[in-house]
Design a binder for this molecule. Structure first.
Ligand SMILES: [Mg+2]
Length: 361
């Protein structure tokens, strides 16, 4: 099974954060300020999509298409919490508790064993959808197929709240894929699709009816892969990719021209700006740091990195700045010009989930 949350960010905003917006056009993105605002739509609810809005579109354009839409500034922290809850539910249904997270809002699970307890895998999918709806309040769609590649395509067929089942018979799988455009396959992007089109190949059915040598002029060594996927063959096992962990966050800056060692005001200001950005990112992602590393590259390209750990994890910009500047002043060579400085935080820990949930409720 491939399970994909429907309009994830927009759904979290409506179903979890602003229930009064359920069923309304919702966009995650900057305030369009009556059509003069900058920035792009990061996610749009299905009601907003019905007005022609899609993610990546400038908010000003989205505003013109649907002035009644509500624009909310997304909160990655909320999405992250919802994602963890979703993955946890999948784990309960997955054979061996194995979940293959594909992104924040989609995952694969093997249910070959689990589905045997149900009349049909569709019944199991209904139960999973229901469990997700009850516990996270969010809608999702499910694709059921003999393997990951086909399941992913199936999920997209009936969105939102859909369930699409492709039976195990290879003949049925080929029939399902036959009419689809080549870029329906995960792994075939715009460039590959254009290239195939130059060779007159537009559907997966066409590829199914070709031989690998016939496909070779268009795809070269990728022909074998594409030929298999077009016929719905994918033998990858579902391997759990473990909990989502972010190991570090870093920023660095290369100066337009080397900075003389006496210009410490300028260098400190550069470090402070980076610390501010990192601090914002930490708090947005509900993470705290324990270790700070400062990177220094001199005009002769020699580079050093020095680290220090703080006693208690923190997400405070002020502390990060203080530690970074201390390291910088104690460890830098005061006779050399600086070409680059960088700051990294690591040994990150998540702010306890309990705390996030209380803040959020
Ligand atoms: Mg999704």
């Amino acid at each position: 099974m491939h399970i994909d949350m429907d309009a994830f960010f927009a759904s979290v905003e409506a179903y979890r954060n602003h229930p009064e917006l359920v069923g309304m056009p919702v966009c995650v993105g900057h305030d369009p300020k009556g059509g003069t605002g900058r920035g792009v739509v990061r996610a749009a609810s299905y009601e907003a999509r019905a007005k022609g809005i899609h993610s990546g579109m400038p908010v000003s354009q989205a505003y013109r298409l649907c002035p009644d839409a509500t624009f909310v500034n997304g909160s990655f922290e909320c999405y992250s919490i919802a994602s963890d809850e979703f993955m946890e539910i999948l784990r309960e249904f997955a054979d061996g508790g194995r979940v293959r997270r594909a992104s924040i809002d989609e995952a694969y699970i093997d249910v070959s064993e689990g589905a045997e307890l149900y009349e049909s895998p569709r019944e199991l999918a209904i139960e999973i959808q229901e469990e997700i709806r009850i516990r996270t309040l969010l809608p999702c769609s499910v694709g059921i197929a003999p393997n990951m590649s086909v399941a992913k395509i199936a999920t997209g067929m009936n969105k939102p709240r859909g369930i699409t089942l492709v039976g195990p018979d290879p003949v049925d799988v080929e029939k399902f894929l036959d009419p689809l455009s080549v870029d329906a396959l995960n792994g075939v992007g715009k460039k590959t699709a254009e290239r195939l089109q130059k060779f007159g190949i537009e559907t997966l059915g066409q590829i199914q009816r070709m031989t690998i040598p016939e496909l070779w002029p268009a795809m070269g060594r990728s022909s074998v892969w594409l030929h298999r996927r077009a016929r719905g063959i994918d033998e990858r096992p579902i391997i759990d990719n473990g909990p989502r962990v972010r190991k570090s966050i870093s920023k660095d800056r290369t100066f337009m021209k080397d900075i003389a060692p006496e210009e410490f005001d300028y260098l400190h200001e550069a470090l402070r700006t980076m610390c501010t950005r990192i601090g914002e990112k930490l708090r947005k992602k509900a993470l705290r740091f324990k270790t700070v590393t400062v990177k220094m590259r001199y005009s002769d390209y020699s580079t050093i990195q020095r680290s220090r750990s703080i006693p208690v994890e923190s997400d405070a910009t002020s502390l990060l700045e203080k530690v970074a500047i201390e390291i910088f002043e104690q460890k830098r060579n005061h006779n050399k010009s600086m070409r680059l400085v960088g700051v990294k935080v690591s040994q990150l820990s998540e702010v306890s989930e309990q705390l996030c949930l209380t803040e959020f409720l």
